[in-house]
Design a protein around this ligand. Structure first.
Ligand code: FAD
Length: 292
């Protein structure tokens, strides 16, 4: 059954300070709405429980991308079209640029915001694996000020996060220190485009003399929320890529992954695809070491 617009209130203060004041005056009462590509779908299906909505779409302070010598900072209100169009992101953080191209069609990408993708907290969120392997930090803001936390600490459970009731997600900070890293990202869905992922894997790795000196692996849909695969990373750390190690890493991932069964896939299938993606990445790493 469709939602009834008359049952909801929507206000649009139009600037960040005013939005934060409203939220702080009644913590937990107002639900932010940015692009609305999650919330309006819920409304249309008659499942939007939030009655009081406060618009972030027309808040200019949230829609920005800034480049500094040490980082790129993306405002929570930047859309995935904004992110795709930003050439420094294409060059320095190609995994995020690629993931942004997966988020529905162009129409969706022109409304869908980075903040909405992260706060919605789907285990399948496409931007998450790239942000995790780039060691992104999240900046939260409230009338009390702002604070930064590692993105890896943001999701605390299925659709749960570390924000307090008076906070908004303000920005994502990406440190510029991955230029030398081998980078990988792949999404597996029902079809090649316009599909929510069954599984996605992102990786950044640094090798010296054939030995893995740094590795970060992060997955979508291999746990109740997007997360790094720390045990699998530990299996690979300080070792040379060999067929035996690849098999060991596959086995570790199969034990570490805790996907859910849902309408898009089974947990068993997700684990199997996750291990195959890992193997693909490791074979690529190994091949690049081969002088031929
Ligand atoms: C046709 C279609 C295809 C899609 N395909 C994909 C896909 O392939 N991959 C994918 O990952 N997603 C996909 N999505 C989901 C959706 O587009 C994304 O999750 C999008 O990034 C959500 O952003 P939004 O601004 O529209 O969020 P909204 O719907 O406005 O909000 C989502 C949630 O975030 C909260 N929120 C938003 N901004 C903030 C903020 N700054 N601070 C605090 N809370 C905030 C809201 O309160 C709400 O709980 C698709 C959606 C549609 C309709």
């Amino acid at each position: 059954m469709r939602g009834n617009a008359a049952a909801h209130e929507l206000i649009a203060p139009g600037n960040l300070a005013a939005v934060l004041e409203v939220i702080a005056s009644a913590p937990g009462q107002w639900t932010p709405i940015a692009g609305g590509t999650e919330l309006i779908v819920a409304f249309a299906a008659g499942r939007l429980s939030a009655k009081k909505l406060i618009s972030l779409w027309d808040v200019p302070e949230l829609r920005f991308i800034t480049s500094t010598p040490n980082s790129i900072i993306i405002g929570a209100g930047a859309t995935f079209s904004d992110i795709r169009a930003y050439s420094a992101i294409q060059q320095v953080f190609p995994l995020l640029s690629k993931a942004s191209s997966w988020i529905g069609a162009i129409t969706n990408q022109s409304r869908a915001t980075l903040g909405g993708n992260l706060v919605n907290g789907s285990p399948a969120a496409d931007s998450s694996p790239a942000l995790l392997v780039y060691d992104a930090e999240i900046e939260l803001v409230s009338i009390r000020g702002s604070r930064r936390i590692p993105y890896a600490d943001f999701h605390t459970g299925y659709k749960q996060n570390a924000m307090t009731a008076d906070e908004l997600l303000y920005a994502v900070h990406l440190p510029r220190r991955f230029a030398q890293h081998r980078q990988y990202i792949r999404k597996v869905g029902t079809r090649r485009a316009m599909a929510i992922s069954k599984v996605a894997l992102a990786a950044t790795s640094l090798l010296r003399d054939g030995i893995v000196t740094e590795i970060r692996l992060a997955a979508a849909s291999l746990a109740p929320f997007p997360a790094r695969l720390h045990k699998t990373e530990a299996t690979l750390a300080s070792r040379a890529i060999t067929p035996k190690l690849i098999q060991e890493a596959r086995d570790t991932l199969l034990n570490e992954a805790q996907p859910i069964d849902d309408i898009r896939s089974t947990a068993e299938y997700r684990k199997c695809v996750g291990a195959n993606l890992l193997e693909e990445f490791l074979l690529e790493l190994g091949r690049k070491l081969d002088p031929q």
